[in-house]
Design a protein around this ligand. Structure first.
Ligand code: ADP
Ligand code: MG
Length: 607
C-alpha cells in the first residue's frame, strides 16, 4: 500500500479557509470596507447587485497599491499591517490576518483596479478560483476599485446556503452602518441595484448617527463623554423616551471595532433602570477606547466578540458614563453614582498606578461621579408649602395631580418663588431665565409647556371634554391601512381631547375640528405625528390608551424650542408651570427646569 496523505492544492485549501472569513456577501462587504478605511480613503462607495450575490464592489480613494502589491494582496497571509507577532497586541487597524482578499479570490470572481497617487498608470487584475486570469496596465483613478462577482460560483453548496435577498441585504446594511458609524469623517455611499440607498456626507459623529437613524432624533440624543487614564468612553445614547419595543439601534465599538457584548449591553441597560420599562431597548452608539493590551485579540477576528483583561472595570465605567450622561438631562428618583463597593476595591480603581496618574484620574469627571453625589440637579424632596406662588398665580383647581410613569411622592421643586419685579430672559430661544427667592431657574420652554399641557389634557381626559372649533378648511389625512385601523380606534378619545376626526372613505380621514384654544393649521401634522409616536410608545402595557394619547398630544402641541417668546408669553408659561401639580418633570421624566440655588452658585466660585 502506498502513502495516502497528500497536500491539498492551494485553491482548495483557500476555499476551505475562505469559509471562515467569507460566509455571505456581507462578510465581503465588511472586509472590503475595512481595507478601504485602512488605506486612508476619505470617500468610499459600496455597490451591490442582487444583495451582493452577483456583485459587491468597493471603490475608494485611498493610497492604492503598486503592481507587485496588487498581485501579492491575494496571497494568503499577505498583509502590510503586521510584521511581527508583537504587532498583534498593538494592532489598531481593522482586519489583521491578511486572509480576506485571499478568501474572496478563492470563492468568487474578482476584478481589481488600483493606482497609487504617485504612479502614472494603475494595475488591472482578474482573478478567480485563486488564479490570476488577466493582468494589465490601465489608466484609472487614484485608489482602489475592487469588485467581487458571483460569490460561491465555484462552491454551489455554499451558494445554496445563502438566504433570500432581503435577508442578505439586511446583513449588508448592518455591516455598512457599523463601518459608517465608526468613521463619520469618511464619506460613504451604498448603491443597491442601481439605487442609492445611503449617501452619508462627512461630518461629526452626531451628524452621522442622525443620517442613519433619522434626523427626528436630533433632540433625543444625549452625549456621553468620559475620559480616564484607563479608558475613554464617548458617543450618544437616546433619551429614555426613544426606547423601543424591539432591539434596534444599539451599537457598541471597542477601539473602533463593532462588537457584541451582552455583558456591556447589560451595563448600559442598567444605567437606564427605572427610566424605561424593563422590556424596552434604549438606543445607543457608544465607543470605548482602551489600550489594546487590555483587549484580548486572540478571539477570532471575524467574530464580534471580545475579551477584556478586566471586564468588571469596563462594565463599571460604561455604566457610570451612561448614567452620568442621562443625569445631565433627566431627573430620576434613583440616580446615584456610588460605585458598586466590590468594584471600588479592585486594584485599578482603588490604586491608580502613580501619583501623577492618580491626580489625573481623580480630576476626571467620571471618577468624581464615582466618589461624590451628582450636584447638577436639585431635587427637593421635602414638601414645603407653595409659598408666594399661591398668591402669584391663580391655580386652576380643576387640575388633578396627574399620574406620571415615575413615582414622585411629593411635588418637585416647591418652595420656589419668582422675584416679583423679575425680568424674564429667553436664552437660545429655548430656555427662560428667571430670578427666584433663592437663586435662579432655567426653564426649558418646550418641556415646561409639555408638562402644562399634560396636566390640562389629563384633566380633560377624565373630565370635561376640550371644546373644539370647526375648521374652515378641513385637512384630509391619507394613511396606510395599519395606521387607519389605529386612528379609527382613537377617534372617540381624540374628540374628547378636542379633535373632531371623521372617516372619509378607505384609509382616509378628515379633520373637521381642532381644540379651540390652539391655532389652526397644524392639525394634520399633529395627527400624523401622534400616530407615529403612538406606535413607538415604548410602554404599551404600562399606560392606557388615553394616557398615551395625552402624552403624545402634550408633546405635539408644546411650543417648540427655537421659537421666540414675548415677555407676556414667557410669564404665562413660567406661571402656568409652577401652578402645575408636578412642575419639575415632563410625563416622560425629563426635567422642565433646573434650579440653581445660591449656595450652589457660590460654591462654583469657591465662596
Ligand atoms: P489585511 O487587511 O488583514 O492586511 P487583506 O487580505 O484584507 O488583509 O488585504 C491584504 C493587503 O492588501 C492589505 O494589507 C493591504 O496592504 C492591501 N490592500 C487591500 N485592500 C486595499 C485597498 N483598498 N487599498 C490599498 N491596499 C489594500
Ligand atoms: Mg483586510
Amino acid at each position: 500500500m502506498g502513502d495516502i496523505i497528500h497536500l491539498l492544492p492551494d485553491n482548495i485549501a483557500n476555499q476551505i479557509a475562505a469559509g471562515e472569513v467569507i460566509q455571505r456577501p456581507a462578510s465581503a462587504v465588511k472586509e472590503l470596507l475595512e481595507n478601504a478605511v485602512d488605506a486612508g480613503a476619505t470617500e468610499i462607495q459600496l455597490i451591490v447587485n442582487d444583495a451582493g450575490k452577483q456583485l459587491v464592489q468597493v471603490i475608494d480613494n485611498g493610497k492604492g497599491m503598486s503592481e507587485l502589491d496588487a498581485r501579492m494582496c491575494f496571497e494568503r497571509h499577505a498583509t502590510s499591517k503586521i510584521k511581527e507577532i508583537e504587532d498583534l497586541f498593538h494592532i489598531r487597524t481593522m482586519g489583521f490576518r491578511g486572509e480576506a482578499l485571499a478568501s474572496i479570490a478563492a470563492v468568487s470572481q474578482v476584478e481589481l483596479k488600483t493606482k497609487r497617487a504617485g504612479d502614472t498608470t494603475g494595475t488591472y487584475l482578474e482573478i478567480d478560483n485563486s488564479t490570476v486570469r488577466k493582468q494589465e496596465i490601465v489608466a484609472c483613478a487614484d485608489g482602489t476599485n475592487i469588485a467581487m462577482k458571483n460569490l460561491f460560483f465555484n462552491v454551489p453548496a455554499r451558494r445554496n446556503f445563502l438566504k433570500s435577498n432581503p435577508a442578505e441585504m439586511r446583513h449588508i446594511v448592518d455591516e455598512f452602518i457599523r463601518v459608517a458609524l465608526s468613521f463619520p469623517h469618511i464619506f460613504f455611499s451604498l448603491t443597491s441595484n442601481g439605487q442609492e440607498v445611503f449617501h452619508l456626507d462627512k461630518g461629526s459623529l452626531k451628524q452621522r448617527i442622525l443620517q442613519i437613524i433619522g434626523t427626528q432624533y436630533n433632540a433625543k440624543l444625549v452625549s456621553v463623554q468620559e475620559k480616564t487614564d484607563y479608558m475613554n468612553t464617548f458617543g450618544f445614547v437616546g433619551k429614555p423616551e426613544t426606547a423601543k419595543k424591539t432591539r434596534g439601534d444599539q451599537y457598541l465599538f471597542v477601539n473602533n471595532r463593532f462588537i457584541r457584548s451582552p455583558y456591556l449591553n447589560h451595563a448600559i441597560m442598567s444605567a437606564y433602570q427605572e427610566l424605561i420599562p424593563s422590556d424596552s431597548f434604549p438606543l445607543y452608539v457608544l465607543f470605548l477606547e482602551l489600550d489594546p493590551v487590555q483587549v484580548d485579540v486572540n478571539v477570532h477576528p471575524t467574530k464580534q466578540e471580545i475579551k477584556f483583561e478586566d471586564e468588571k472595570i469596563v462594565y463599571a465605567f460604561v455604566q457610570a458614563a451612561v448614567k452620568h450622561a442621562l443625569a445631565q438631562f433627566s431627573i430620576t428618583p434613583t440616580l446615584d453614582f456610588d460605585l458598586d463597593p466590590s468594584i471600588q476595591h479592585l486594584d485599578a480603581v482603588s490604586k491608580p498606578v502613580t501619583e501623577e496618574k492618580k491626580a489625573s484620574v481623580a480630576s476626571s469627571s467620571l471618577y468624581q461621579s464615582f466618589t461624590q453625589k451628582h450636584q447638577a440637579h436639585f431635587i427637593e424632596s421635602k414638601s414645603s408649602n407653595l409659598g408666594d406662588w399661591k398668591n402669584f398665580f391663580t391655580k386652576d383647581e380643576s387640575v388633578e395631580p396627574a399620574s406620571t410613569g415615575f413615582e414622585f411622592e411629593k411635588p418637585v421643586g416647591v418652595g420656589i418663588s419668582l422675584k416679583e419685579d423679575c425680568t424674564l430672559i429667553q436664552v437660545f430661544q429655548t430656555y427662560i431665565l428667571a430670578a427666584t427667592n433663592r437663586g435662579f431657574v432655567l426653564v426649558h420652554q418646550q418641556l415646561a409647556h409639555e408638562r402644562i399641557l399634560y396636566e390640562k389634557l389629563s384633566a380633560a381626559a377624565s373630565g370635561r371634554p376640550v371644546t373644539y372649533q370647526r375648521s374652515l378648511f378641513p385637512a384630509t389625512v391619507e394613511l396606510s391601512t395599519q395606521d387607519a385601523v389605529l386612528l379609527e380606534e382613537l377617534l372617540s378619545d381624540l374628540l374628547h381631547l378636542g379633535y373632531l376626526v371623521e372617516p372619509f372613505g378607505k384609509d382616509t380621514f378628515v379633520i373637521q375640528g381642532s381644540p379651540a384654544d390652539l391655532e389652526q393649521g397644524n392639525e394634520k401634522m399633529v395627527i400624523e405625528n401622534l400616530l407615529e409616536q403612538f406606535k413607538h410608545f415604548s410602554s404599551d402595557l404600562k399606560f392606557s390608551k388615553r394616557e398615551k394619547l395625552v402624552r403624545s398630544l402634550a408633546q405635539q402641541q408644546a411650543i417648540k424650542s427655537g421659537n421666540s417668546l414675548s415677555s407676556a408669553e414667557m410669564a404665562a408659561l413660567v406661571n402656568e408651570l409652577f401652578a402645575c401639580s408636578q412642575p419639575g418633570v415632563t410625563a416622560n421624566g425629563s426635567p422642565t427646569y433646573i434650579e440653581f440655588q445660591k449656595e450652589y452658585i457660590n460654591s462654583l466660585f469657591r465662596k
